[in-house]
Design a protein around this ligand. Structure first.
Ligand code: HEC
Ligand SMILES: [Cu+2]
Length: 359
């Protein structure tokens, strides 16, 4: 917010100006009318006070002019708030197509992050400045809410489905990340940092990872280990089950005549509740239902990344600005000074560490 205002968060995304503008407009409106009403009230109380015991006031009849004015003006004012609010809302909740996609899994009480290139973080999110970032989020337990005050945006993270949010950081820095939905004992400790970096620094950070495999190739492994290949083919080419090549982003015909766009939620649902949306021509309920218990949210996101990579036109694949320089598989330098690139929660999560001592 404005630097002359104390206790206000930094202003670091492309949304910040419109959200702050609307906020100050509302505060201004409220202050103006509070003053106007209070002053008129006091003035009328004094001016029209009862001056003698026998005084009988003159009856007042309506005034069309006055009533029109005090209807039209408030109407226009509320419409201005509405239009401004809707524009700010749509800008935030309409997802861009050219964004870099990052996966987020909330869990009591931490944020687990996975980059498409495979880097994982806990309670930290590294992003490049000046690039649209889209988060695809879910949770392993209860509802959480991903909130970055400096970006003036937040979104609920809901069990059983994916929610998305996006932002574009405008200046490098470390910005507080909060969970903004009460989620149990250590809710207040469920937070961390978003670290916005210059694109070159970000590429260095990505390259400094420990030769991690991409989310898609991790997903391919899960795909093989879980036996999906026995029905969908080693590379998703099909067999007992439908081919998965090109499925993501396409329109899938279901039994019963319905057509559905294959997005993250559809893939998720196809794996978790295979019988709920059956692909046309596959009436026999062949696909097992035990993946619901067997696959963690993170593995599911990796499988989705893999299935996405089988569709050439998805935005995540084409991300030239952030594609990390090729790195040798043996690169094991811990060169990233900016943040932990941890695979394990217990190392970095202050909440987890303290948990033992509290009992
Ligand atoms: C025993 C065979 C079998 C196994 C194992 C299996 N599937 Fe399937 N799968 C099917 C069949 C049959 C369908 C089509 C009927 C349906 O939609 O449920 C299907 C449908 C799907 C669809 C929807 C495809 C489309 O064209 O819309 C996805 C995605 C999918 N499976 C993913 C997976 C994943 C991921 C795994 C492993 C975790 C897996 N399947 C394991 C048989 C299988
Ligand atoms: Cu939470």
């Amino acid at each position: 917010m404005q630097s002359w205002l104390p206790f206000t968060p930094d202003k670091a995304s492309t949304f910040a100006d419109s959200v702050d503008g609307l906020f100050f407009y509302l505060v201004g409106l409220t202050a103006f009318f509070t003053l106007l009403i209070t002053v008129t009230l006091v003035f009328f109380v004094v001016k029209y006070r009862r001056r003698s015991q026998t005084e009988v006031p003159r009856p007042v009849a309506g005034s069309l002019k006055l009533e029109t004015i005090w209807t039209v003006i408030p109407f226009l004012i509320s419409m201005s708030v509405f239009v401004w609010g809707v524009r700010a809302y749509f800008a935030q909740y309409h997802m861009p197509n050219d964004a870099m996609e990052i996966y987020v899994v909330g869990k009591q009480w931490m944020w687990k992050i996975q980059h498409p290139t495979g880097q994982r973080e806990i309670n930290e999110l590294h992003i490049p400045v000046g690039r649209k970032i889209k988060l695809i989020m879910t949770t392993e337990d209860v509802i959480h809410d991903f909130f970055v005050p400096a970006f003036r945006t937040k979104a609920d993270v809901v069990p059983g489905r994916y929610t998305t949010m996006w932002f574009e950081a405008t200046k490098p820095g470390r910005y507080h990340l909060f969970c903004a939905e009460y989620c149990g004992t250590n809710h207040s400790g469920m937070g961390g940092w978003v670290i916005a970096m210059d694109p070159t620094d970000f590429n260095n950070w990505l390259a400094g990872g420990e030769g991690e495999e991409s989310a898609a190739s991790a997903g391919k492994k899960v795909f093989q280990e879980q036996g999906c290949i026995s029905c969908h083919g080693a590379n998703g080419e099909g067999g007992k089950g439908p081919p998965l090549t090109g499925v993501f982003g396409s329109n899938v015909k279901l039994e019963g005549g319905q057509t559905i766009k294959a997005d993250e939620d559809y893939i998720r649902n196809s794996v978790r509740n295979p019988q709920s949306q059956i692909v046309e021509g596959y009436r026999q309920p062949l696909m097992p239902t035990y993946f619901k218990e067997q696959l963690s949210e993170e593995h599911l996101l990796q499988i989705i990344a893999f299935i996405k990579s089988l569709s050439p036109a998805t935005p995540q694949v084409a991300s030239p600005a952030t594609a990390p320089p090729p790195k040798p598989a043996s690169a094991n330098t811990n060169a990233n000074t900016t943040g932990a690139n941890t695979k394990d929660a217990a190392g970095t999560n202050p909440v987890l560490k303290t948990q033992g001592n509290q009992k």
